[in-house]
Design a protein around this ligand. Structure first.
Ligand code: CP
Length: 306
């Protein structure tokens, strides 16, 4: 049974096919309106979410299917101690496909090993968030016209930011990608991502604490929130939370076709004044995420029936 746990579960060719399907859905939504009639998506969210859960639900509804699920662990039998494995076996009796978010790294993988339907990782702890990456790839493709030959700056919480880990994993398989890592010392990209992804794929990268010095070279600036929920103490979070605040004046030396991205939610790291800048793409990412999740649901359900 094919699931999506990590973005590298899909080849670059498959990612390109998903992008093509998403673009076709945007052009011809009526052609897809009945494609999942009679199918059910279960959204199992053990952690808060606005975009991922609701875009999955919107995606399935726009494909003609239905949605069941829960949006917090306390309203499920997990609160009584039920295991992920038993939850996955149970939900497989009710739904054709599962989207799961969980605070523990690896929980969606355990679900996939026990479910008899496809499981989609909708974010597992500080590990990865492959469907955000699908949204990010479509956004980059639509804004820049390519997924290769790009200098991509990741700024903020690169330690706990699972969207960063997943996007680096995806982009590392395209040609001529350069990565610039901008973070406080305490929130640097984990060494396993540097070794297993960047170094293994010979991706040139640099690390800095200074956003302004690298701004002119960036094609993409991927801002991230400092992930309060992953910190062991509040004091450290308060000290680090406003390390980077993107404001219009800080974009003066940026490229005129810079693409400013953020997986959202934002807290302080992008001033709302930046929203008016035509280079701000983060709300486009939100919409692109729905179309990519539609394409993903179609792919996994089609593969499950062959
Ligand atoms: N980008 C993202 O995962 O947003 P939510 O936490 O609102 O789902």
């Amino acid at each position: 049974m094919r699931s999506l746990i990590d973005i590298v579960d899909f080849t670059p060719t498959e990612l390109d096919e998903l992008i093509a399907t998403a673009c076709d859905i945007m052009e011809n939504p009526a052609a897809y309106a009945e494609r999942c009639r009679g199918k059910k998506l279960a959204t199992l969210f053990f952690e808060p979410s606005t975009r991922t859960r609701l875009s999955f639900e919107a995606a399935m509804l726009e494909l003609g299917g239905s949605v069941i699920g829960f949006s917090e662990a306390n309203s499920s039998s997990a609160a009584k101690g039920e295991s992920i494995a038993d939850t996955a076996k149970t939900i497989s009796c009710y739904a054709d496909i599962i989207a799961m978010r969980h605070p523990k790294e690896g929980a969606p993988l355990v679900a996939a090993m026990n479910a008899s339907v496809p499981v989609i990782n909708a974010g597992d702890g500080g590990h990865c968030h492959p469907t955000q990456t699908l949204a990010d790839l479509l956004t980059i493709y639509r804004e820049k016209g390519r997924l290769s030959n790009l200098t991509v700056g990741f700024c903020g919480d690169l330690k706990f930011g699972r969207t960063v880990h997943s996007l680096i994993g995806a982009l590392s398989r395209y040609d001529d990608i350069k990565v610039v890592l901008i973070s406080p010392e305490e929130l640097k990209l984990p060494s396993y991502v540097k070794k297993e992804v960047l170094q293994k794929n010979d991706i040139p990268y640099e690390q800095t604490t200074d956003l302004s010095s690298v701004m002119p070279k960036l094609d993409i600036l991927y801002m991230t929130r400092v992930q309060r929920e992953r910190f062991f103490n509040e004091e450290d979070y308060l000290r680090l939370k406003d390390s980077y605040i993107l404001e219009p004046r800080k974009l003066q030396n940026a490229k005129s076709d810079l693409c400013i991205m953020h997986p959202l939610p934002r807290v302080n790291e992008i001033s709302v004044a930046v929203d008016k800048d035509p280079r701000a793409c983060y709300f486009k990412q939100v919409l692109n995420g729905k179309y990519m999740r539609m394409a993903l649901i179609l792919k996994l359900l089609e593969e499950a029936t062959v």
